[in-house]
Design a protein around this ligand. Structure first.
Ligand code: HEM
Length: 327
């Protein structure tokens, strides 16, 4: 089933040029991020050149790929993956990198609101961004976790286990700035009726995480939970480095504009992948306990993956336009 079925009507078609991420289709790139949580930047910093990108063109391409732009239609010119291992490894790593960037941009919105005072309510623009980025996180949970359970158990989980036998999402440095929000803790404005869309998106994100976890690891027990008695490990600077290293994340003095530009480039790669392969190229095996809860907001999150990516690229493009060439 293809979530992003590009229209192929030549009359209104926008040509979406081929793959331009990594050194080959479904190749990877390091992500440069500012210090966060327990992940600090070194004092010595070698500048990293960021691949150039035209954020407005990418936002237009993504609207065309998802059919959500005015009269949008797209002709896609992307190569298929050389193997499913390559495809789903790409999805696991890049889906996480996109998530880190979304968390940072959410953190930025929260900081801006906080600067207006402890009881400030986000304005309509800030609410729209938070809601969109929270849905974007749900989309990335689905995207990262779109592999068959057997492939996850054979390829992805053992790799994280080898990095650290207690490897955990709680170590994600960028999660630190949005932890309260994403856990659904009440903030001064979350009871406000104007926050209803954001609160719904946050609830959907938690439901999607738990469903993906239960599908890929029947019972949903994490490596951390499995290893807790044998080797209890508290989050530290070391776990932050182990986590960043696994997901190819560098830390340095990286402005949010550069985070947004890297996000937009990744969203383009994800959009091309989905247009060519669909969300579940090998089907979605969710027999067992979670099958019946895959309805309502979960199914909606799944249907809207493409549209959400295009919206997130549109918001991020506002910042990405001002990105420096190197960080
Ligand atoms: C698809 C990509 C995934 C992402 C981005 C992700 C992210 C996260 C994050 C950020 C946390 C911390 C939540 C908090 O502290 O409130 C977390 C915790 C957790 N995740 Fe995931 N997760 C993913 C997949 C999975 C999978 C496949 C499992 C299956 C076992 C899983 C199981 C858990 C569990 C049990 C926790 C609680 C803490 C722990 O035991 O490590 N997650 N995850």
């Amino acid at each position: 089933m293809s979530i992003l079925t590009p229209h192929r009507t030549p009359a209104a078609a926008i040509r979406v040029d081929g793959w331009d991420f990594g050194d080959f289709p479904y190749g990877l790139e390091p992500l440069a991020m500012p210090p966060a949580g327990r992940a600090q930047a070194g004092t010595e910093h070698r500048p990293v050149t960021l691949p150039s990108c035209d954020p407005d063109r990418i936002a237009r391409e993504l609207r065309a790929l998802t059919g959500s732009g005015p009269g949008a239609a797209a002709l896609v010119d992307a190569a298929p993956a050389s193997s499913y291992d390559q495809l789903f490894w790409f999805r696991w790593i890049v889906g996480h990198q996109v998530t880190f960037a979304l968390w940072r941009l959410m953190g930025r919105v929260l900081e801006e609101v906080g600067e207006r005072g402890p009881d400030a309510v986000p304005g309509p623009g800030a609410m729209a961004r938070l809601e969109c980025y929270a849905h974007g996180y749900s989309a990335m949970l689905l995207y990262s976790g779109s592999c068959p359970t057997a492939l996850y158990q054979r390829l992805i989980r053992p790799a994280m286990f080898l990095q650290h036998r207690g490897f955990s999402g709680t170590w994600a440095p960028d999660f630190h700035q949005v932890r309260s929000l994403l856990r659904g803790r009440p903030l001064p404005w979350t009871d406000d009726p104007r926050a209803a869309g954001v609160v719904a998106a946050l609830g959907a994100q938690r439901a999607v995480h738990d469903s993906v976890a239960a599908r890929l690891v029947p019972g949903g027990r994490s490596l951390l939970q499995q290893s807790i008695n044998e080797a209890p490990v508290k989050p530290s600077e070391r776990t932050a480095v182990l986590y960043d290293n696994f997901f190819m994340t560098l830390r340095g003095p990286v402005p949010d504009e550069a985070v947004a530009a890297q996000l937009v480039r990744r969203l383009r790669a994800v959009g091309l992948d989905l247009a060519v392969n669909g969300l579940y190229p090998l089907g979605r095996d969710d027999d067992g306990e979670e099958a019946e809860v895959w309805n309502g907001s979960l199914a909606r999150s799944e249907r809207r993956v493409g549209v959400v990516l295009a919206e997130a690229a549109g918001f991020a493009a506002d910042l990405a336009r001002r990105a420096p060439a190197a960080v």
